[in-house]
Design a protein. Structure first.
Length: 98
């Protein structure tokens, strides 16, 4: 059994951190770590879940902030157009700011 990664509690501020199931909630955890975590959190996530699982989750997630989508693309070495959240953002542009 793998040793659980150590993440900053602030990443999971809205859920009970002590009751997180790292295997059942893998998609939630991976997305949250890449959206709100720092470099050490992302490294711990990659060590625990492996690049194949992380790639699958990140490519199919509905939302990552724009900056974090660029980071994820660099980490997993995939073009932005492969990301579901990027394509959704392109098909639903924001209102023009006046």
């Amino acid at each position: 059994m793998k040793e659980k990664p150590v993440f900053e509690r602030r990443i999971f501020w809205d859920v009970n951190f002590d009751e997180l199931d790292y295997d059942d909630k893998a998609s939630f955890i991976i997305t949250r770590v890449f959206d709100r975590g720092d470099v050490s959190d992302i490294r711990n996530c990659r060590r625990y879940y492996g690049d194949e699982k992380i790639t699958g989750v990140l490519l199919n997630t509905k939302f990552l902030s724009e900056v974090r989508t660029y980071l994820a693309a660099a980490v997993i070495n995939r073009p932005l157009t492969d990301f579901r959240c990027y394509r959704l953002r392109q098909s639903n542009p924001e209102l023009f700011p006046y």
